[in-house]
Design a protein around this ligand. Structure first.
Ligand SMILES: NC(=O)C1=CN([C@@H]2O[C@H](COP(=O)(O)OP(=O)(O)OC[C@H]3O[C@@H](n4cnc5c(N)ncnc54)[C@H](OP(=O)(O)O)[C@@H]3O)[C@@H](O)[C@H]2O)[C@@H](O)CC1
Ligand SMILES: Nc1ncnc2c1ncn2[C@@H]1O[C@H](COP(=O)(O)OP(=O)(O)O)[C@@H](O)[C@H]1O
Length: 284
């Protein structure tokens, strides 16, 4: 099966036409507890900058004040437990969900991931959510075609240990692509395997690669939280109505483009604020 490249020319039209904020979707990003809210805040900011109409951070009550002191355009909703998340998801306008960045690995986090998966909504599962899914067969079985899994190499090995055996070290991109394709087929979800070469595989078998090499080399992306921002970009594009694989591919291109725009000295929180310049370059 062939593998395609993610390029500027393969991007969908990311411009906004007429309409109001609800036409661009409402994303919900789940936050971890006190002292662990930065990752979700970066993801939420990325979702808003990439054009989601509204973004809400779902915070444990103990973290509410910490988050409130840091965000402005992003909204906050207290989510104490799985019941509260279920109640919030009664609102069908919440059309893109994100769980994982610094969410934690406790029972509350696992319960939230379970509710999110059983809602059937489009969602991005990153970081701790992936570790929780790797530990719990029922969560793995609840994955569906609206899910985008965004593992780095360590998380990929936790989720798919047998498949990961083939991608140890500096495996050629064709081997990495084949492994990601197998992971997508097994999980029934879109799988985005991160790295300087990022692979996006659809469960149906279509596979695309973004190569951050040559004039797209972006080594400054090797910085804490860069993956959390990528999760937010995908979530924002899901909110805007892109299909899961399309959102994953476009977000990957935008993420590297933001890093290239900023250049040396980049830290993760710089990435979302480079989007306006990247969008201007795209003549949006
Ligand atoms: N500002 C914030 O709030 C931030 C919060 N964050 C939050 O921290 C939490 C923990 O996330 P995490 O990814 O740091 O740790 P974990 O899940 O243990 O995985 C690391 C293990 O995997 C392995 N590994 C193999 N290949 C790898 C690869 N390509 N890239 C990376 N690792 C790779 C690696 O093994 P090694 O290569 O070192 O042998 C190592 O043993 C999570 O909630 C996250 O959201 C961070 O996002 C940072 C910013
Ligand atoms: N050398 C590199 N070149 C290009 N992209 C990179 C490089 N190193 C890391 N990245 C990208 O940065 C992000 C790192 O994500 P991740 O490993 O989840 O970190 P974190 O958990 O700290 O957010 C991924 O999108 C990955 O593709």
């Amino acid at each position: 099966m062939s593998t395609h490249l993610i390029t500027r020319d393969s991007l969908p039209d990311l411009g906004k036409a007429a309409g109001h904020k609800f036409d661009y979707g409402h994303a919900l990003v789940l936050s971890g507890g006190p002292g662990r809210t930065g990752a979700a805040r970066m993801a939420a900011r990325a979702a808003l900058r990439v054009g989601a109409g509204l973004v809400t951070l779902g915070v444990p009550p103990a973290a509410q004040m910490e988050v409130a002191a840091q965000v402005t355009a992003i909204m906050i909703k207290r989510i104490g437990d799985a019941q509260a998340l279920g109640d919030m998801l009664q609102d069908n306008r919440l059309n893109a969900l994100c769980a994982g960045p610094a969410l934690g690995l406790d029972d509350r986090a696992a319960d939230l991931v379970r509710v999110l998966l059983h809602s059937g909504r489009n969602c991005v599962l990153d970081a701790d959510a992936l570790t929780l899914i790797a530990r719990d067969r029922a969560l793995m079985q609840a994955l569906h075609g609206g899910c985008v899994l965004t593992p780095h190499g360590g998380e990929f090995a936790r989720l798919f240990p047998d498949i990961a055996e083939t991608v140890q070290g500096d495996a050629p991109i064709a081997v990495k692509a084949d492994a990601t394709r197998k992971a997508a087929a097994r999980s029934g979800a879109v799988v985005l395997l991160k790295g300087s070469e990022t692979v996006v595989a659809h469960p149906g078998g279509v596979c695309t690669v973004h190569s951050a090499t040559g004039d797209r080399a972006a080594p400054w992306l090797a910085t804490a939280g860069a993956g959390d921002v990528l999760a937010g970009l995908i979530t924002g594009l899901l909110a805007r109505g892109l299909a899961p694989a399309e959102a994953a591919k476009a977000a990957t291109w935008l993420h590297v483009s933001c890093a290239l725009h900023f250049g040396p000295g980049l830290i993760a929180e710089d990435l979302p604020d480079c989007l306006p310049a990247v969008f201007r370059d795209l003549a949006l």
